[in-house]
Design a protein around this ligand. Sequence first.
Ligand code: HEC
Ligand code: HEC
Ligand code: HEC
Length: 131
Amino acid sequence: MKHFGLAAVSVLAMAASVAAAPMQMPESVTMSTQQFSDYTPKKGPVTFNHASHMDVSCVTCHHTVPDTYTFQGCMSEGCHDNIATRTDENSVYRAFHTGQDKRSCVACHRDIKKQGLGDAPLACNSCHIKE
Ligand code: HEC
Ligand code: HEC
Ligand code: HEC
């Protein structure tokens, strides 16, 4: 069947062009825990905009880049992929809300506010927009 042969060729061509493409920084990303199939999110998804964060260096957040040379999603497998606890090193909740680590959304926002450097959101529903 010729039809399928052609489809396979164009998929290969696409894969090649993706591999060669320069890195694209998304303007905004909607983050949610929908990838965890057995988990029902308690809060709405969060929209992250790079534009609001251009005073922060890439590696502050993308802290694996110096080792892997790739920008990975925070909740990728083997990273912050534990939805069951709030305390473990790989806990999803901890990655975004922990008080100590300035790479977490909430810890940095609290710090910005404390230093009077800006008005980054801290209220649950200013990040988690209700659907
Ligand atoms: C304040 C934190 C922060 C800073 C600073 C930041 N990013 Fe991001 N970036 C994120 C978050 C959060 C995501 C979404 C990750 C996810 O989907 O889990 C993201 C996603 C990305 C992605 C897509 C990754 C993927 O999943 O395919 C790329 C590429 C990227 N950022 C590049 C950059 C570059 C380049 C810089 C510096 C100019 C930068 N980022 C600065 C937080 C940040
Ligand atoms: C290292 C510091 C830092 C980290 C980490 C950080 N932010 Fe921010 N965030 C800021 C600053 C600075 C602003 C801008 C404050 C202002 O404009 O006064 C901001 C603003 C925002 C805003 C309001 C503006 C907008 O784009 O709607 C949202 C929402 C936001 N951040 C979400 C996040 C999320 C989600 C994460 C984690 C994935 C995160 N931030 C991580 C520093 C940080
Ligand atoms: C600065 C942004 C920000 C603030 C403020 C924030 N969160 Fe989150 N939270 C996130 C991000 C990013 C995630 C991961 C993506 C997602 O699940 O939406 C997350 C995930 C979660 C999760 C796991 C997923 C779920 O929906 O069940 C819970 C629970 C949660 N947050 C509760 C809260 C509560 C409660 C507050 C207020 C005390 C809060 N968050 C404040 C950014 C924030």
